[in-house]
Design a protein around this ligand. Structure first.
Ligand code: SAH
Length: 368
C-alpha cells in the first residue's frame, strides 16, 4: 500500500474499512465534491493550463449563440417581465458573460433577467462572482437547483450532468451486481462487485439491453435531476443541456478520469483528477417527459451550432480580425463542430426540455 496517501484517499479507505465497499457513484461523489478535498472544491480545473477545456472556454461564439437562444426562447414565452436564468455548474462563468453581452441589445431582456448560479464549489463561486461583476443584473448563488425559487426560467447546463455520480452494474450468470470500490489484499483500491445481486435489475432495463453477454456493464444516474428539470420547465420554462453522451441507452463502461489534458486511472489519486461518465440522453429525456416537459432532440452539437448560425458568426468575427486571430476563430469553429474523434461536434449532444406551449425551439426546428 502506498505510504503517501492523499487526505481524500485516506478518507475513502476509512469509509470502506468501516462500512464496506462503496458504490462507483459514492466514490465519484467523494472525488468530485467532498466538502474539503473534492476535485471541484479547491481549484480552477479549466483552460489550457488546467485539466480540461470546455466549449465556452474555446470560443466566445458558444456563449453568444446560447445568449441568442435564450432571448428567442424568452420571446416565445411571451417575454415575461421576470425571468430566472439558471446555470448549473457555471465553471468560470464565461458562458454567461458571453451570452449576456451578445443580447445587450434585445429590448427589455436584460431588465427581465436575474441570474441564478448553481455551484457546489465555494472557490468557483468566488471566481464567478469576480468575473461576473461587470454584468449589471441581479445575481444569486445556490449549491443545488432545488434552492432556486420557482417561476419563469431558462436553465443552461453545459458539461454539468457528466459530473453527476453514476452507478454501474455488471452482468453475471446469477444476475446484475452493483460495481463497487474496495481494497484488495495488496492494499490497492480496486473495482469489485457487491455481494448480493440487484433485485429484478434485468427487468428494468430497456428491451434491447436484456439478455446481454456476461461482463456487460450498465450505467445509470439518480432520476432526481431530470425530474426536477422537467418539473421546473413544464410551465413557462426551458432547459438546454449540452454534454457528451449517447442518444440511446447503451451498455458500456464510460467512467473516465482526466488530469492535465490526459486520461488517468480513476482509482489513482482520488480528488486529483476530473471523473466523469457519458450522459444517457435517452434516460434523461424519458424522465423529463414523464413529468410533463416536452423534449427537443437530442441532436449533435454540430447540428445545433450550425442551425444557430455559428459559421456566420465566425465569418463576422473574422471580418474584423487580424490574421492570427482569424486562424484562431477557424480553429475554434472546427473544434466545436468537428465530427472527428477530437472534435466536439458529434460526441457532444444537445437536448432541450421545455414547456409544451413553446412549440419548436431555435436550433431544433428541423429535428424536434
Ligand atoms: N459549465 C462550465 C463548467 C463545467 S465543469 C463550462 O462549460 O465551462 C462542471 C461544473 O459543475 C463546475 O463548475 C463544478 O464545480 C460544478 N459542479 C459539479 N458537481 C456539482 C454539483 N453536484 N452541484 C453543483 N455544481 C456542481
Amino acid at each position: 500500500m502506498a505510504d503517501n496517501l492523499s487526505p481524500l484517499e485516506s478518507e475513502i479507505r476509512r469509509r470502506i474499512a468501516v462500512g464496506g465497499p462503496i458504490s462507483v457513484a459514492d466514490y465519484m461523489r467523494l472525488c468530485l465534491t467532498h466538502p474539503q478535498y473534492g476535485y471541484y472544491i479547491n481549484r480552477d480545473p479549466f483552460g489550457a493550463r488546467g485539466d480540461f477545456i470546455t466549449a465556452p472556454e474555446i470560443s466566445q461564439m458558444f456563449g453568444e449563440l446560447i445568449g441568442l437562444w435564450m432571448a428567442t426562447v424568452w420571446r416565445q414565452m411571451g417575454a415575461p417581465q421576470s425571468l430566472r436564468v439558471i446555470e448549473l455548474g457555471p465553471g468560470r462563468g464565461t458562458l454567461l458573460i458571453d451570452a449576456l453581452r451578445a443580447v445587450r441589445v434585445v429590448d427589455r431582456f436584460h431588465a427581465a433577467v436575474t441570474l441564478h448560479l448553481v455551484e457546489i464549489s465555494t472557490a468557483l463561486q468566488r471566481m464567478q462572482n469576480e468575473r461576473l461583476k461587470s454584468l449589471d443584473v441581479p445575481k444569486f448563488w445556490h449549491t443545488a437547483l432545488e434552492e432556486v425559487p420557482d417561476g419563469p426560467c431558462i436553465i443552461i447546463a453545459n458539461e454539468f450532468i457528466d459530473a453527476l455520480p453514476v452507478h454501474q452494474a455488471v452482468k453475471r450468470p446469477s444476475g446484475w451486481y452493483e460495481r463497487v470500490i474496495e481494497v484488495d489484499s495488496d492494499g490497492n483500491l480496486v473495482f469489485g462487485l457487491n455481494y448480493d445481486p440487484l433485485p429484478h435489475f434485468e427487468a428494468t432495463l430497456p428491451d434491447g439491453l436484456r439478455h446481454c453477454a456476461n461482463g456487460s456493464i450498465f450505467e445509470w444516474r439518480a432520476d432526481a435531476i431530470a425530474l426536477e428539470l422537467g418539473r421546473r420547465v413544464r410551465s413557462d420554462g426551458a432547459a438546454l443541456i449540452l454534454d457528451y453522451g449517447h442518444v440511446q441507452c447503451a451498455l458500456g463502461d464510460t467512467l473516465q478520469a482526466v488530469a492535465g489534458h490526459a486520461y488517468t486511472n480513476p482509482l489513482r489519486a482520488p480528488g486529483e483528477a476530473d471523473i466523469t461518465a457519458h450522459v444517457d440522453f435517452d434516460a434523461l429525456a424519458q424522465r423529463a417527459d414523464i413529468v410533463g416537459g416536452r423534449v427537443h432532440g437530442p441532436i449533435t452539437q454540430r447540428d445545433f451550432l450550425l442551425h444557430l448560425g455559428i459559421d456566420k458568426r465566425a465569418a463576422a468575427l473574422k471580418a474584423n480580425a487580424v490574421h492570427e486571430k482569424a486562424l484562431e476563430i477557424d480553429r475554434a469553429l472546427a473544434r466545436l463542430t468537428a465530427m472527428s474523434a477530437r472534435g466536439m461536434g458529434e460526441l457532444f449532444k444537445v437536448l432541450a426540455i421545455a414547456d409544451p406551449k413553446l412549440g419548436a425551439l431555435p436550433g431544433f426546428e428541423t429535428s424536434s
